[in-house]
Design a protein around this ligand. Structure first.
Ligand code: CIR
Length: 257
């Protein structure tokens, strides 16, 4: 069971962050409302939500997931984000996590890892090799997780232009069930899993988040949203339009542990 989440509401200059989405500039007030609804959903899932102060020096800092990997058996690793403009986000997360994780470790140079590329699936981690996460970073993370009895495998998405991060295209729901976009559903790495395949037209919905008794899903993806209750999941649909404009999804707005 998760008991806590750390989030960081967007700063007023959130629109100055990195994006490739081509969906126009986000509306700040709307982003704040969507963020607040997201926090309320985490609370409904039973989590105590810690809100870090917004950081205008780092307009992408609302996407806290990229700054650390926090595992269910209480190990935490600070990342070294692949985008230089995001490097300065990690220090604040380190201070926030130190309270809960006395043995924090860190990815070191020349490695880079964005937390969005790291998908915990039971005792196994999928690590995406992406525009943000490199081989050295993935290797270092594999070494840091090994003492905690975690195995890791790499999923190379560098040619998948539609995926910024691995978790833009996959999510683990527990019980060997993996949500995956059509584009990468055929990858050998996912062969042993029960797959919930997300239609290309709804690819953004693949970034859903299993939190205790609920699965958080991005609103506006009726095919996917319809599938989950059939499989026995209770969903909470959340408006994510303003974060989607900045290439962000549901998982990246929080660290959960
Ligand atoms: C970035 O490009 O880094 C941010 N605008 C979006 C990061 C989204 N993070 C994630 O999917 N884990």
């Amino acid at each position: 069971m998760f008991t806590r989440a750390i989030v960081r509401p967007p700063a007023p200059n959130f629109a100055q962050g990195l994006t490739t989405a081509g969906l126009g500039a986000p509306d700040y007030e709307r982003a704040l409302e969507q963020h607040e609804a997201y926090c309320a959903a985490l609370a409904r899932c039973g989590l105590t939500v810690t809100r870090l102060e917004p950081d205008p020096n780092h307009p992408d800092s609302t996407f806290v997931e990229d700054t650390a990997i926090v595992t269910t058996n209480h190990c935490a690793v600070l990342t070294r984000p692949g985008a230089p403009s995001r490097a300065g986000e990690v220090e604040r997360m380190g201070r926030a996590l130190a309270e809960f994780f006395p043995n924090l470790s860190s990815i070191g140079a020349p490695g880079t890892v964005d937390g969005g590329d790291v998908c915990e699936a039971g005792s196994h981690f999928f690590i995406g090799l992406s525009q943000r996460t490199n081989e050295a970073g993935a290797q270092h993370l594999t070494e840091l997780l090994a003492p905690f009895d975690y195995t890791c495998s790499l999923v190379d998405i560098r040619e998948e232009r539609s995926l910024l991060h691995l978790k833009s295209g996959i999510a683990y729901l527990g019980n060997n069930r993996l949500v995956v976009t059509e584009a990468i559903a055929g990858r050998a790495e996912f062969a042993g899993y029960n797959l919930v395949i997300v239609d290309s037209a709804e690819a953004y919905a693949a970034n859903c988040v299993s939190v205790n008794d609920f699965v958080l899903v991005a609103a506006g993806h009726p095919i996917f949203e319809g599938k989950l209750p059939e499989l026995g999941y209770q969903t909470i649909a959340l408006e994510m339009t303003e974060f989607q404009k900045m290439d962000g999804g549901l998982s990246c707005l929080s660290l959960r542990f």
